[in-house]
Structures are given as C-alpha cells and as structure tokens.
Write a protein that binds this ligand. Structure first.
Ligand code: TRP
Length: 334
C-alpha cells in the first residue's frame, strides 16, 4: 500500500504561534508526519483576505515557518512550504471557483462570522472565496487526509463536494479527501477566560501563551490562570473550566490522561498543580523557542530550505493543474 498523503496549513497571522496552535496542530502534525506523506503550508494567500501590513506579513510568514520547523516538522521528511511560492494554488482556485455555487459559498459559517465582524465595506471577494482557495490547496496534492480543527471542517466538506463535482463532470482528476480531527488534539482555552478559545485576537493577552515569549512570562501567566474555589484537581469542563483547561494543557505536554492527572494531584492544592503545569509547559516550549529564534537569525538559510520544499510542492501541484487544464478544455500553449 502506498503512503497516504496528508495536507494541512496555518495562517501567518501573528509574530508567535500560541499554545492552542502548538497543542492543537503542530504537536499532531509532528506525530502524523511519521505515518503520512505530509505537506504543510504557511498560507499567506489566505492571510491577505483581511488587510495586512506588507512588511509584517513577510516577517510573520518567516516566523510561522520557523516555528513549524522548531516544533519538529522536518523539512527533509515533510514538504513544508509557503503557499504563494507555488503558483498552482491561485490557478486551481480560479478553476474551482467556476464550479462553486454562489449560495454554496455563502453558507460557509466562517465567512458569515468574519464578514459580520468586519462589515460589508471591509469584506472582500477574496474573503468570500477563501474556502475555494483552501480546496485548491488540498486537491492539488491528491490529499487523502486533512487534519483540521472543528472550525475548518465545513471547508473540507466543501472541498469534498467540489472534488466529486469536478470528477463527475470532467473525469477523475482528484482524490476526495477526508477531514480528520487528530486524536489527542485538544481545544485550548484562554487562561483568564477559560470558556473562550485561546486566540491571538483576545482582548487581553494575559490568558494567551505565546510559543516565542520569554518563558518567564509564560510561567507567570500559568501561575495566574483562573481556577475556582473548589480546590480539587478534577476534570469537569462545565463546572471547572479553568482547572479542566490546565489539565488539558498538562495532559498534552506530559502525554497523560485526565484520570492520571487526578490521581497525581489527589489531596494536593492548585498551587502544586499550577507549578507542575508551569514546569511542564516551560520544558516543552523552551527548546522550541530557542530553535525558532536560531532559525530566524539566519533568514537566508531558512529561505533556502523553503525554496527547496516549494520546488517539491511545485512538482506535485503542476502535474495536477496540467491534468485539470486539459480536462476543462483549455487550449495548451503550443
Ligand atoms: N483555513 C485554515 C485555517 O485557518 C488554514 C488552511 C488553509 C488549511 N488551507 C488549508 C488547513 C488546507 C488545512 C488544509 O485554519
């Protein structure tokens, strides 16, 4: 049996990734790259669907790529590249947009949320067709599995519909991909507001753990995390969201279950527990941070690695795109 192909990506939307990206995505990707022929992109073309400062976008793109590598995505094993380096993405997105229904795209809940948040005048056509570009990302590589969070599942369903529609109309050009919510990928919540997802767009950053922060800052944020007055380390997402969230984080970085954590801290207070969470997170983040900063110290070398990987991606993407152009009936340049 041939190795299954995996595709995923993340937007270069901040200078540093946060613990939610690290635990929910990067740690999973790192494990999955052993089993799959994996492609991971930094999706800069998706990032510009909302306004970006050009110099900052370039910097965030490099920083995001550096953090992928520092977290253990190996550019010699996986294909780790910048989306805009591979022209086929924009080209296939155009073709797919011609078989996507206007109403179908309009039903995407992320578009509805974002367009409401930004207002009509700031909502671009690119934001509307964002999921079509995401479908192009996935379909160019004949992807079997797409690890994503809940919020992206609808986009992968659209991708499946577009693949099936294209294949039915023009012949089998695409593998129809499956979304997977990776095992052990956990949703991480804000440490100060543990009923909302940890996010770079939180009003205050007091509850957000940044991978590239000095670890002393991370340590302080963990010690100040909101808990409750019950005093026992017990997993109850509804009644004890702060403690449950710290347990999820601790469990992810120490590879232990909630039951094991409850046993470990039975009869001990939150002070002890938080110190253990702090030490485990600092031990996990520190080498990643150090490695990412080292990589960023030598941008020429980082750019070289990304160029080698973009060439690997190009080869696969071009083959799919060329087949698609033929099937659609575009006259090839003689
Ligand atoms: N839209 C995804 C997100 O914001 C990122 C993304 C772009 C992606 N293209 C992809 C994820 C292809 C998986 C596969 O999280």
């Amino acid at each position: 049996m041939t190795t299954q192909r995996l595709y995923s990506g993340m937007q270069p939307s901040a200078d540093s990734l946060q613990a939610g990206n690290y635990i929910g995505a990067l740690m999973q990707w790192r494990n999955m790259q052993e089993e799959y022929d994996a492609f991971f992109s930094v999706v800069d073309l998706h990032a510009i669907t909302v306004p970006q400062d050009p110099a900052e976008l370039r910097e965030k793109t490099r920083r995001t790529a550096a953090q992928y590598i520092a977290a253990g995505i190996e550019p010699s094993k996986s294909t780790l590249y910048v989306q805009s380096h591979v022209r086929a993405h924009a080209e296939l997105a155009w073709i797919l947009s011609t078989i996507t229904g206007f109403g179908e795209a309009g039903r995407m809940t992320q578009f509805k949320d974002k367009s409401q948040r930004y207002g009509e005048s700031a909502t671009s056509v690119g934001l509307f067709t964002y999921p079509v570009l995401m479908a192009a990302d996935i379909l160019l590589y004949q992807t079997n599995v797409v690890p994503v969070g809940d919020d992206q599942k609808q986009h992968v369903e659209l991708t499946r519909d577009l693949a099936e529609r294209f294949n039915a109309r023009f012949g089998e050009a695409f593998v129809v991909p499956e979304p997977v919510i990776p095992q052990g990928s956990a949703r991480i919540y804000d440490l100060q507001n543990p009923t909302s997802k940890m996010s770079k767009s939180a009003d205050s950053h007091a509850g957000v753990l940044w991978l590239l922060d000095d670890v002393s800052v991370t340590a302080k944020k963990i010690m100040r995390a909101v808990t409750d007055s019950d005093g026992t380390v017990r997993y109850d997402r509804d009644a004890k969201p702060g403690v449950a969230n710290l347990m999820t984080i601790y469990g992810a970085v120490t590879d232990t279950t909630a039951a094991e954590i409850e046993d470990e801290f039975a009869g001990r207070g939150y002070g002890d527990f938080k110190k253990a969470v702090r030490d485990a997170v600092v031990a996990e983040f520190e080498p990643v941070r150090t490695r990412a900063l080292e990589l960023l110290d030598d941008p020429a070398e980082l750019d070289r690695v990304l160029a080698v990987n973009a060439a690997k991606a190009d080869a696969v993407a071009d083959a799919t795109l060329s087949d698609v152009y033929d099937r659609v009936g575009l006259l090839r340049r003689g």
